[in-house]
Write a protein that binds this ligand. Structure first.
Ligand SMILES: NC(=O)C1=CN([C@@H]2O[C@H](COP(=O)(O)OP(=O)(O)OC[C@H]3O[C@@H](n4cnc5c(N)ncnc54)[C@H](OP(=O)(O)O)[C@@H]3O)[C@@H](O)[C@H]2O)C=CC1
Ligand SMILES: CC(C)(CO)C(=O)C(=O)O
Length: 326
């Protein structure tokens, strides 16, 4: 099985290291810059459970070096996918599946929904519909990524916690391609449940990301602090209820209520969201995929989003001022 992980940063690097150490697949990565140089020189290093391991991965600067794959895992930030389309193309044959590992609303959301919005291209995550047109949603295996991982230095990945990558076909089918991939991930020591309704799980993760992430970037607060403060907790709750109304109008069933989701986020503790971490490191924030796309879904479904609109306007302004608008 030929797998290439395109964008082997924190999440892609972790998955690549686990699959490479298991040694059962023909595993490659496409990376760039000092990270690529370090991996080529010394292998991909992973710190997990206090132990460092070096994973033997084939690392390339250009996809042409690797050719057509059975699976391409896109482990880029959401705003990095469209600019990378030309570089991804050489990896794609007729049969190649593409696994999308971005947080937020996925660009393929309206593929195989069979609803009134079937085929809609979401401009916030896929401006002009170019990802849809060039990658093609028929290739897609969706995912929800739970591990917390960081890149500590070029070539060095540090796993913090979590091993679950939920997978699912947009159609909900338990296809051979998703089952085979999940099997390899499990043999590599990960959890890879195959979901019949991956969108419902996307919404549960998104619920936290669309509210806590921008509030944390705006305030510099951890998850625990946002939940402890009544004002920010109620703002997050208002955003989440707006999002729930949108999701439900699209047929999504939320298996837990908003207060349980808020409690879950608070229980994570003194953790800085990825958006706050990106802001502090001067990196582009995933505003469009995590927040802007939910506002767009609100417009498409005719659901009001006053709290989301306000927070989105503020965090975009912050990003423009800091030069970090992805
Ligand atoms: N990290 C985490 O704990 C979690 C992340 N996620 C989600 O996973 C996704 C990936 O995040 P994360 O792994 O943290 O991001 P990272 O920035 O760590 O990794 C992305 C990698 O892709 C590289 N890249 C970008 N464009 C290209 C290109 N054209 N060619 C080659 N390499 C490229 C980046 O390189 P460069 O650094 O040079 O830009 C970087 O190494 C995001 O949507 C995030 O929200 C979800 C759950 C947890
Ligand atoms: C920590 C958490 C769950 C915040 O919602 C997250 O996914 C992120 O930081 O992006």
């Amino acid at each position: 099985m030929k797998i290439t992980i395109f964008g082997a940063g924190a999440i892609g690097g972790y998955l690549a290291a686990k699959l490479a150490i298991a040694g059962r697949t023909e595993l490659s990565i496409v990376a760039r810059g000092a990270h690529l140089d370090a991996i080529k020189a010394s292998g991909l290093r992973l710190i997990e459970d206090g132990k460092e391991t070096t994973a033997p991965v084939r690392a390339a600067a250009k996809a042409e070096e690797l050719g057509e794959q059975d699976y391409v895992v896109l482990a880029l930030k959401a705003h990095s996918v469209a600019p990378a389309l030309d570089q991804i193309a050489p990896l794609l044959g007729d049969h190649t599946a593409v696994v999308t590992m971005q947080n937020g609303v996925p660009w393929w959301y309206f593929h195989k929904t069979l609803g009134a919005l079937e085929g809609t291209r979401l401009q916030q995550v896929d401006p002009g519909g170019t990802i849809w047109d060039r990658l093609g949603p028929r290739r897609v295996i969706g995912s929800v990524v739970y591990p917390a991982v960081e890149v500590d230095a070029p070539g060095l990945i540090r796993h913090v916690e979590g091993k679950r990558f939920s997978l699912g076909e947009p159609s909900g089918e338990k296809s051979e391609r998703v089952t085979l991939l999940a099997g390899e991930m499990v043999k590599a020591g990960l959890q890879a449940p195959v979901r019949e309704d991956i969108r419902a799980e996307i919404w549960i993760k998104l619920w936290g990301n669309l509210s806590f992430n921008p509030i944390s970037a705006l305030t510099g607060s951890t998850l625990a602090a946002i939940v402890a403060d009544e004002g920010t907790r109620m703002l997050a709750r208002a955003m989440m209820l707006e999002a729930q109304a949108i999701g439900e109008s699209l047929g999504v069933r939320f298996p837990i209520d908003v207060d349980r989701r808020i409690k879950g986020a608070g229980d994570v503790g003194e953790h800085k969201t990825s958006m706050l971490q990106d802001l502090e490191r001067g990196r582009p924030m995933e505003i469009d995929a995590l927040v802007g796309a939910v506002q767009e879904l609100g417009r498409l479904t005719g659901k009001p989003t006053p709290a989301i609109d306000g927070v989105l306007a503020l965090v975009k302004r912050l990003a423009v001022e800091r030069g970090g608008y992805g």
